[in-house]
Design a protein around this ligand. Structure first.
Ligand code: NAP
Ligand code: MG
Length: 403
């Protein structure tokens, strides 16, 4: 069979541990046999990040800016334990944090629904998409360990030398201190991408923060959303029969549990981090969620929302069987290939992405799945397969559906 040709390279960001193992299996079994895969490869594995003093992460972000579409494998975020395990020169920032800071934009995460895997929340009938602001806040903070008695102040020096100062706290003893920031232009583009996305899928948009407590910081987020809505989207929302509303984050959490889904839920950076994991596991599994970062200038980075599945990797290293779910990583590739197909007018490439997604879901609906899904499926007698076995089963379904 003739392999599908690509014109523009896809920016490929390799990663760590079990997901790096899945990455290769997916390429070997599901992609290169069918596509003349053209990628610009960046190895974001922790060892190579360390060798390049993390320059490779910045180069990868630049490449995504240049080509417009990237696909990323999960990566380790360095911490004290990883410093020792990998003998790192320093504690690198989270690669996702670096990429998001360089690309700006919003991360959209939606559950992958499939027959046989029912959400834990019985009233959720439709997907809930989390739109996570991907810039600033705690991911770009400055922190100080306060050694003892003293005064902490917030201080801003304007370009003309004017100083604005505000006391934070008089410390009587040791403690901790954190400084956060965000910028209007990023909040505005976050708001715009949420309104546009909600219009595209014709679903209500919720935005929630905590402006009753954080009157200036969260208050600004709320005001920006309201302003952008009234000026640019109100009429379009009314025409589409959907609505936008703001509420407090704790109220949003309470309401989401009672809703039937079919909502785009815009979250600040940290809230989005936490609630996307809650949603994906409630919808079935961490591995049943798509994730795409959309930058304001129209660059796309597709990834899986879960981590590197460290526990499975250690078992894999010992030669023990693993049953790691590759669906989110497959969908990261299909998302990126479909987008590349759209941008380069290669309908064959986009159609292949659709076919691979269908084959993946049909494999599960047909009863063959990894352990995480087999434990929760409502299908009778599911067949549990190992990591490679699942990918090979998807290939068999794909072959059957193509012929
Ligand atoms: P994780 O890799 O998401 O895994 C947590 C647990 O969730 C696993 O032990 C496994 O449970 C289950 N799980 C997650 N993905 C699965 C899959 N595809 N198939 C089956 N089960 C799955 O989170 P973690 O162990 O806390 O973090 C590991 C590393 O990933 C860390 O170094 C962290 O920094 C990094 N991380 C990276 C990203 C990213 O790059 N996007 C995101 C989050 C975390 P069982 O063990 O019970 O089977
Ligand atoms: Mg997370």
């Amino acid at each position: 069979m003739k392999r599908i040709k690509m014109t523009t390279p896809l920016v490929e960001l390799d990663g760590d541990e079990m997901t790096r193992v899945l990455w290769k299996m997916i390429k070997d079994e599901l992609l290169t046999p069918y596509i003349d895969l053209k990628t610009e490869y960046y190895d974001l594995g922790l060892t190579h990040r360390d060798e390049t003093d993390d320059q490779v992460t910045k180069d990868a972000a630049e490449a995504i800016r240049r080509y417009g579409v990237g696909v990323k494998c999960a990566t380790i975020t360095a911490n004290a334990a990883r410093m020792e395990e990998y003998h790192l020169k320093k504690m690198y920032r989270s690669p996702n944090g670096t990429l998001r800071a360089m690309l700006d934009g919003t991360v959209f995460r939606a559950p992958i629904l499939v027959k046989g895997i029912e959400p834990c929340v019985k009233n959720w009938k439709k997907p809930i998409t989390i739109a996570r602001h991907a810039y600033g806040d705690v991911y770009r903070d400055a922190e100080i360990r306060v050694p003892g008695k003293g005064t902490a102040k917030l201080l801003f020096t304007a370009e003309d030398g004017t100083v604005t100062e505000k006391k934070i706290f008089d410390f009587e003893g040791p403690g901790v201190l954190q400084g956060l920031y965000n910028i209007d232009s990023s909040i505005e583009s976050f708001a715009r991408s949420c309104f546009s996305f909600a219009l595209g899928v014709k679903e209500d948009l919720w935005f929630a923060a905590k402006d009753t407590i954080s009157k200036v910081y969260d208050g600004e987020f709320k005001a920006v959303f309201q302003r952008v809505y009234e000026k640019e989207y109100k009429e379009k929302f009314e025409q589409a029969g959907i609505r936008y509303f703001y509420t407090l984050i704790d109220d949003a959490v309470a309401r989401i549990m009672k809703s039937e889904g079919g909502i785009v839920w815009a979250c600040k950076n940290y809230d989005g981090d936490v609630f996307s994991d809650m949603l994906s596991s409630a919808f079935g599994s961490l591995a049943m969620m798509t994730s795409v970062l959309v930058s304001p200038d129209g660059c796309y980075e597709y990834e899986a929302a879960h981590g590197t599945v460290q526990r499975h990797y250690y078992r894999y290293l010992k030669g023990e069987p693993t049953s790691t779910n590759s669906v989110a990583t497959i969908f990261a590739w299909t998302g990126a290939l479909r987008k590349r197909g759209e941008l380069d007018r290669l309908p064959e490439l986009s159609a292949f992405a659709d076919a691979l997604e269908k084959a993946t879901l049909d494999t599960i609906a047909g009863g063959t799945m990894t352990g995480d899904l087999a434990r929760i499926t409502t299908l009778p007698d599911p067949k549990t397969v190992d990591s490679l076995g699942f990918i090979q089963a998807v290939r068999a379904t794909l072959e059957a559906e193509r012929s």
